[in-house]
Every structure is written in structure tokens, then in C-alpha cells.
Design a protein around this ligand. Structure first.
Ligand SMILES: [Zn+2]
Length: 112
């Protein structure tokens, strides 16, 4: 997420998984017309394919420039930055990060 080139091994892995389980939508008519998604792959392969396809869309699409790593220590999640100063993946991570910062400050004895 530093604006550098994508790891070629990561790209190869995403592309391989994205193509492993073809999916398509079918029209069903009962109890009323609706669509359902079908796959020719095993359930795990289909789930991995969907995750990989979403990653392909994210990393290759316009949202890539807004993708950020959560700044809370220990959090491994990423998020789409929708506000200019957002640093965390969720409100919960923001609260935990602020609390950790506060406790670190108190431990250093600089008050609170
Ligand atoms: Zn987080």
C-alpha cells in the first residue's frame, strides 16, 4: 500500500485462484423470479475464487489509490479511505488505538 509495484507472486496467486472456480448467475422462477449464483468448483475453491476476484478488482481498479493499512498495532486489516484523516479500519480499532496511546502516555508519566 506504499504505492510500489505489486508482488508478482501475489499477482500470480490471485489470478490463479480467481480462475479456479467459474461462477455464473442463473434465473430461478419459484417462489418468484430471482437469481442465484452457481459454481462448477468445490465450495472452498469457489469461496477462494470470489475473494481473489474481489482482490483483483480492488488492486486493479480505481479504489487502489484509496486502499490503506489499518494503523492500529497488531491489526492486519485494510480499508478504503473515505475521509482524509481516517487511520483505522473501524471505529473499534480507532478506539483501541486511542486507548493504547493514552495508556502509553500515562505509563510514561506524562499525565493523561
Ligand atoms: Zn484495524
Amino acid at each position: 500500500m506504499d504505492g510500489g509495484a505489486l508482488d508478482p507472486d501475489l499477482v500470480a496467486t490471485l489470478n490463479r485462484h480467481a480462475g479456479h472456480a467459474p461462477r455464473w448467475r442463473e434465473l430461478r422462477t419459484t417462489p418468484e423470479p430471482h437469481t442465484t449464483e452457481r459454481t462448477a468448483g468445490r465450495p472452498v475453491a469457489a469461496a477462494l475464487a470470489e475473494v481473489a476476484e474481489n482482490a483483483v478488482d480492488l488492486l486493479g481498479g480505481p479504489l487502489r489509490d484509496r486502499l490503506r493499512a489499518c494503523q492500529r498495532t497488531g491489526c492486519l486489516l485494510y480499508f478504503i479511505r473515505d475521509a482524509s484523516r481516517r487511520e483505522w479500519c473501524s471505529a473499534g480499532c480507532g478506539n483501541r488505538a486511542r486507548a493504547a496511546r493514552h495508556y502509553a502516555k500515562v505509563r510514561r508519566g506524562s499525565g493523561g
